[in-house]
Design a protein around this ligand. Structure first.
Ligand SMILES: [Zn+2]
Length: 358
């Protein structure tokens, strides 16, 4: 196959977005796209390029005092009658237009066209962000070549509709259990109903007042919710067990340990088992490249409501934020699309930030 990422396409972030969308790359099927990206980057004299699996990394080594990362995932969620791309006026439709090949296009366009950025830049094009963490290209690189990730600041080009979404919330899932005693439903007073006992758990969730926390000017709005409930034995048996699965989204001023302490406080008197936890990430807007980036964007940042790979950078002590042209509300949606003008605006912003000062 001839590489569709020609010099003319690489010079235009819009054409590049479309070309990237039209190379199918559902998670675990990124090889063809990674091959095309790698071939392009290996031909660029000012970059050093490496590959691990279907993750491609390229970096400048200009001896700048600061290094930044621009990162985008190559994979998409499964196709949904939205491949290849189509154009309707100012909108480009198709799987991955918003999440996040328009963001990937920024990184690839800058990698090729900006030989002398004002910081050293490491560009990441990584595999398998949309599926389990064990396949995630950044996660695999962090294990195999952690030195590839060294930087002072990172931008993940995930869809944010052209504003800065800084940091991210943490997430925790737990099972809150109630126990009772089985009895025949005809003699219910001989048993203890575990489903009735769950009422108190649900009341605590219903009256729970979630925190709103402002960190570095970004508001994070927490939430604690029942997301599943399980209980009951048979139509004529008083149930002896009920389990309520709770999802807690917490602001990044709490680490998973503090989040668990809080969760156990809320459900004091009940059995609580944490099944899954991921730390959030502080906004990290104090780093010099971050401040300059915010100045280039010219709009106030907000807190990221959701967990993204910025947390992987934060865990390595690298401040990171999300910035991309796509609308996050359309990610994973059949009608996924991106606005052409948003692609152009964001590309201009990144160029303002990274172009050498005259
Ligand atoms: Zn994404």
């Amino acid at each position: 196959m001839e590489n569709p990422l020609t010099p003319e396409v690489l010079a235009d972030p819009v054409a590049l977005t479309r070309a990237l969308v039209d190379i199918e790359s559902v998670s675990l099927n990124e090889k063809a796209l990674a091959d095309c990206v790698e071939e392009v980057l290996r031909g660029v004299p000012h970059l050093t390029t490496h590959r691990h699996g279907n993750t491609v990394m390229a970096r400048t080594d200009l001896g700048r005092s600061q290094r930044i990362v621009l990162a985008g995932h190559l994979d998409t969620v499964p196709l949904n009658n939205n491949f290849p791309s189509t154009m309707r006026g100012d909108l480009m439709y198709g799987c991955g237009t918003s999440d996040m090949k328009s963001g990937v296009a920024y990184a690839l366009h800058l990698a090729v066209t900006l030989p002398d950025p004002r910081y050293d830049v490491t560009y990441f094009f990584y595999e398998a962000e949309e599926i389990e963490s064990e396949f995630n290209g950044l996660n695999l690189v962090a294990q195999a070549y952690p030195q590839w990730l060294e930087a002072d600041f990172a931008v993940l080009l995930e869809p944010t509709y052209g504003i800065v979404e800084a940091g991210c919330q943490g997430t925790m899932r737990a099972i809150v259990g109630t126990t009772g005693e089985r009895a025949h439903a005809a003699r219910s007073w001989r048993g203890v109903n575990a489903i009735h006992a769950a009422g108190e758990v649900l009341r605590r969730l219903e009256t729970y007042e979630a925190r709103r926390v402002t960190i570095e000017g970004c508001e994070f709005r927490e939430g604690m919710n029942a997301v599943r409930i399980n209980g009951g034995v048979a139509g004529n048996v008083i149930p002896d067990r009920c389990e309520i699965e709770v999802n807690y989204r917490y602001a990044p001023d709490r680490d998973p340990a503090a989040a668990e302490v809080h969760l156990r406080e809320v459900f004091a008197g009940f059995e609580v088992a944490v099944t899954d936890a991921a730390a959030g990430a502080a906004p990290g807007l104090e780093a010099a490249p971050a401040k300059e980036f915010l100045a280039a964007v010219g709009a106030a940042p907000i807190g990221k409501l959701g967990w993204t790979d910025v947390a992987r950078f934060a865990a390595m002590g690298i401040p990171a934020l999300n910035f991309g042209p796509g609308d996050p509300n359309l990610a994973h949606h059949k009608d996924e699309h991106v606005e052409i003008s948003k692609i152009r605006d964001g590309a201009a912003t990144l160029h303002r930030w990274l172009a050498p000062t005259a």
